[in-house]
Design a binder for this molecule. Sequence first.
Ligand SMILES: [Fe+2]
Length: 298
Amino acid sequence: MIFFGYSAKGPFTPFVSIHTADRNGAITRAEMLEMPFPSMVHDFAVTRNWIIVPNFPLTGSMERAMSGKPPFAWEPDKGTHIAFIPRNGTVADAKWVTAPACYVFHAMNHYEAADGRIVIDVMKYGVAPLFPLPDGSPSTKGDPPSRLFRWTFDLSGKSSSFHEAQLDDRVGEFPRFDERFCMADYRHGWTVSARDVGSGREREEGDQLTHYDLKTGKSADWRPGRGDRLSEPVFVPRAAQAAEGDGWVLSVILRAAENRSDLGVFEATEVAKGPLALAHLSSRVPAGFHGNWRPGPL
Ligand SMILES: [Fe+2]
């Protein structure tokens, strides 16, 4: 297991800890990566040969915090800097790639293509959401959107190149995939997407569940009731050896009109058909964040 922590030498320090644990829980690697500036690092990416840590310009500042200003703020002039640390090397061997200012909370999957290029699929914001400018004023009118992009890096040349392709125009978050295919070229992904973007009432309209077939380019949605919210879609394989995407997707549905929640079970690649089954939950589950599935006896 590879894991990281930001602000690793204290609040708003520009250090990210990198650790690796073996199957017995013993720490086999413990390092500090120094970033160009302190920032919020919500997620990272790992491939067969690389640990990839982003430094987006959502900056942290103790000085601001102590003077009553925003602890975290959007400073796009600082740009995006992405560290590629070899899994068989140290942070001293990191290669850095720079990119225009943007923000990513969550990656979908990440892998090395047959030619060695590194592919990372991300839900990318042009402007970081939730946080203001350093003076406390809003960075945008309304909520900044995030959309699915594919980033491709070629670290083989002298200048590390970076290619970006937008895969869809839906606005969405909470990308997940069939995690048995982590670090592998893959086909299926799921997100919670916003509906009726542009109406200015996305939040009132509610969420929808989206399935992407990244090989054919096809996608499909399922819409719950107006105003309903969905939690992160979690893939469950039909059997251990089932093909990629063969199984179910789970999402907790907050029924806005009734103020209660259901766990929805969907055929993973046929989400438009709606849930195959609903588990009526005994209490309301607020519109939430992440989730995971563990099989076990009833
Ligand atoms: Fe998250």
